[in-house]
Write a protein that binds this ligand. Structure first.
Ligand SMILES: NC(=O)c1ccc[n+]([C@@H]2O[C@H](COP(=O)([O-])OP(=O)(O)OC[C@H]3O[C@@H](n4cnc5c(N)ncnc54)[C@H](OP(=O)(O)O)[C@@H]3O)[C@@H](O)[C@H]2O)c1
Length: 209
């Protein structure tokens, strides 16, 4: 199965590459700087580009079976409108080229259903990460309004801990822990599983321990 990974040079992106190659995917990494790719593999190639550039995104999407986004802003202190434009470019390129499956890494701090998650997420996290949340909400809206077979994965705080495989998924799951966190390795495991299985199409499950 051929997939393109946007944000492949990032921390979740690296997990997607490593695990995806081990699972036999043929991967195109979309990167601004190929020297950041730490993996070489016969099933890994790359397209150099910025998601704000529609032609470069079109190039990367051509001929793929699915796309994954682990794109992220470099700072939570301000909005990132290039990445919002980037999601618009990915979605429209996929629609134009009939590449249907899109798995997008989001944040569980988005307002929809957030009341279920308790005081800390609703009153502390939501204040400190208001720009990140506003950006993800806008990108989620673009994805939801598309004709794609999308899944939005709403992750809690990400760590660089190991893969555990011990996580739960569901649109309304909650946890009694104060700090909700999961490793990027587990997020990548789920995103690749969703691509393989086609589960949770047009849904936005959370991922929690
Ligand atoms: N941090 C958390 O605790 C947390 C919790 C839940 C959800 N999330 C979300 O999870 C996602 C991934 O987070 P992460 O920490 O794994 O990501 P990350 O390490 O910050 O990586 C972000 C990736 O996006 C790429 N990128 C940024 N702007 C780009 C552009 N204009 N064109 C092309 N590529 C671009 C970066 O490329 P370069 O290498 O070239 O910069 C990098 O590959 C983010 O959306 C984040 O909001 C984070």
């Amino acid at each position: 199965m051929k997939i393109v990974i946007f944000g492949a040079s990032g921390l979740t992106g690296h997990q997607l590459l490593e695990q995806g190659l081990r699972q036999g995917f043929e991967i195109t990494a979309f990167v601004r700087d190929p020297s950041k790719l730490r993996i070489k593999h016969k099933n890994l190639n790359y397209v150099v580009g910025d998601v704000g550039n529609k032609d470069q995104v079109m190039d990367a999407v051509k001929g793929q079976d699915a796309a994954l986004s682990a794109l992220g802003a470099s700072t939570p202190l301000k909005r990132n409108f290039i990445l919002i434009e980037g999601i618009r470019n990915i979605v429209s390129s996929m629609e134009q080229q009939n590449v249907k499956r899109f798995v997008y890494e989001s944040f569980l701090g988005v307002r929809e259903n957030r009341a279920e998650l308790g005081f800390f997420v609703n009153n502390i996290v939501s204040v400190f990460l208001k720009n990140v949340i506003a950006d993800h909400e806008e990108k989620e809206r673009i994805i939801r309004n598309s004709a794609l077979d999308w899944t939005i994965v709403r992750a809690p705080k990400l760590t660089n801990g190991p893969y555990t495989g011990k996580y739960r998924i569901g649109e309304h799951i909650v946890s009694s822990s104060l700090i909700l966190k999961v490793s990027r390795a587990d997020v990548a495991d789920l995103m690749l599983r969703l691509v393989r299985s086609g589960e949770y199409v047009r849904q936005a499950p959370r991922l929690l321990h």
